[in-house]
Design a protein around this ligand. Structure first.
Ligand code: NBP
Length: 497
């Protein structure tokens, strides 16, 4: 590049950002605050969203150097090469539409970054498409909501490897910093791996929220604690091993009063919504043949919560005694703490096992310890025990399952009695706690050298000639039994899903 061209390039913006909704605006302000020259663009839909760019540049961005563009070509031209363009638009077809508009305006080596919640398979496709045209594509999960976008998010980039050194200084500067000062952003791996990791992050978030909900419900229904008592308990837990953003905000939510002086939480309808990343986590775990029961339970419980009329009707038909028993409050609260800790751990163990399986299946070479470190700050599931998880996965002998690492094996040993007591107590007192129970049952299955699947396989062979392996023969040798005496010897084709 000639000196003149170099100078021209230096005067241009370091990064461009497209999509000025809540995430895009705050990320742009975060970047500008870190000293980067930022250009922004938002499509203008006449009569609907007219003036989005002007409103931002004249409003929140007024005191900054952020340049606004209402024309995509002038936006692209304002960027230093290789161009770095971050898209913060609605996931799905908007990303493809935007890419089609951008492609003719780009030069070889330019980098598109999709920071939205895209499906990782879309990102696989977009990386391949962009690279086939000589461009680079980074699919990056961003977690932390509005607050994280402005003050530091957890950022999970993957895709075109050669883009990492170019985007790393910018992305790491706007990422949250863990307590040891490390940025919560590092390279995840090729193709759609960044979005896959973000998806599992969100799945874990669903499970964390369901488990905290069950802990709250047990204290309310089983122990009849009031909101202030429960807020104190969650606040105390937030100083212990359960220290995390979600536990912290739960204490705040429990104390929050409405305008009339009553607790707002008690007035909120018990019907939880969802946007889909929990569901995607479960679908993908199923595709990979991996158990992800705690997250699946959390997703199904959100669906169930929406069936309010059905639940009301069922409650009138079954007069369950519910919560008549009196339990020692201190002991039971301690047991709920241990059950929440153990169930959370189980959910993380399942989530990380899915990541490992995806890594092996797709050849991503994921670093689970680094992923755990990236989730320590900025994101919704940030928590103290991610330090212990990162350490467990950094061990020279990587555990086959998180719960089997030396540290967590000891932890589970310590909390198992309380975990069992809580599940037993609530079941007997007819209080639903599906995620706690699912987690405990996963642990029981995990630690069972034998399971009743011999019977399932026998049934499959009985009705469908699906064959079985025998314990007295090597693995991989399949047998078929003529169970009824009048079946034939023909076996069904065997395949696994
Ligand atoms: P939204 O997901 O609501 O998306 C709105 C933005 O997308 C607007 O700038 C809109 O432009 C733009 N857009 C749409 Br819709 N269709 C477009 C198209 N065909 N071409 C160009 N632009 C288009 O915004 P958000 O809540 O800020 O989220 C942005 C991304 O980040 C999403 O993928 C989201 O899932 C993800 N995310 C959100 C959060 C959160 O807490 N909100 C957290 C983490 C990740 P317009 O102004 O012209 O309509």
């Amino acid at each position: 590049m000639s000196t003149m061209k170099k100078k021209e390039n230096e005067s241009r913006a370091d990064i461009g950002l497209i999509g000025l909704a809540v995430m895009g605006e705050n990320l742009a302000l975060n970047m500008a605050g870190k000293g980067w020259k930022v250009s922004v663009y938002n499509r203008t839909v006449k009569g609907v969203e007219e003036g989005v760019v002007e409103r931002f540049v004249e409003g929140r961005a007024k005191e900054t150097t952020i340049q606004g563009h209402t024309d995509i070509a002038s936006f692209v031209a304002s960027l230093a090469t290789p161009r770095k363009i971050m898209m913060m638009v609605r996931a799905g077809s908007p990303v493809d539409e935007l890419m089609e508009q951008l492609f003719p305006l780009l030069d070889a080596g330019d980098i598109l970054i999709d920071g939205g919640n895209s499906n990782y398979e879309d990102t696989n496709r977009r990386v391949t498409l962009s690279e086939s045209k000589g461009f680079r594509f980074v699919g990056s999960g961003v977690s932390g909501g509005e607050e994280g976008a402005l003050n530091g998010a957890s950022i999970m980039p993957g895709g075109s490897q050669s883009a990492w050194s170019e985007v790393k200084p910018i992305l790491q500067s706007i990422a949250a910093k863990a307590e040891d000062g490390t940025p919560c952003c590092d390279w995840i791996g090729p193709a759609g791996s960044g979005h896959f990791v973000k998806m599992i992050h969100n799945g874990i978030e669903y499970a964390d929220m369901q488990l905290i909900g069950e802990a709250y419900w047990l204290m309310k229904k089983l122990l009849k604690l009031d909101n202030e008592d429960m807020a104190d308990i969650f606040a105390r837990w937030n100083t212990l091993k359960l220290r995390s953003y979600l536990v912290e905000i739960t204490a705040n939510i429990l104390r929050h009063k409405d305008g009339d002086g009553n607790y707002l939480l008690d007035k909120i309808l018990d019907a939880a919504g969802q946007k889909g990343t929990g569901k995607w986590s479960v679908i993908n775990a199923m595709e990979l043949g991996m158990p992800l029961g705690v997250i699946a339970t959390a997703v199904f419980e959100r669906s169930f919560s929406g069936q309010t009329e059905l639940r009301k009707e069922a409650a009138t038909k079954f007069d369950l005694k519910r919560t008549e028993a009196v339990h020692d409050q201190t002991d039971t609260v301690n047991d709920i703490y241990t059950a929440l800790y153990a169930s959370k751990l189980t959910s993380y163990a399942q989530g990380f096992a899915v990541l490992q399986k995806a890594s092996d299946t797709f050849g991503w070479n994921l670093n689970l310890s680094s992923i755990a470190r990236m989730w320590r700050g900025g994101c919704i599931i940030r928590s103290a025990f991610l330090n212990d998880i990162a350490t467990a996965f950094a061990a020279p002998q990587k555990p086959g399952n998180l719960l089997l690492s030396d540290y967590f094996e000891e932890e589970i040993r310590g909390v198992l009695p309380g975990w069992k007591r809580v599940v037993t107590l609530a079941t007997a007192d007819e209080i639903p706690l599906p995620a706690f129970a699912s987690a405990l049952n996963y642990f029981y299955s995990l630690t069972s050298p034998k399971l009743p699947a011999n019977l399932i396989q026998a049934q499959r062979d009985y009705f469908g000639a699906h064959t079985f392996e025998r314990i007295d023969q090597p693995r991989g040798v399949f047998f078929h039994e003529n169970w009824t005496g009048h079946g034939g010897d023909t076996k069904s084709g065997s395949y696994n899903v």
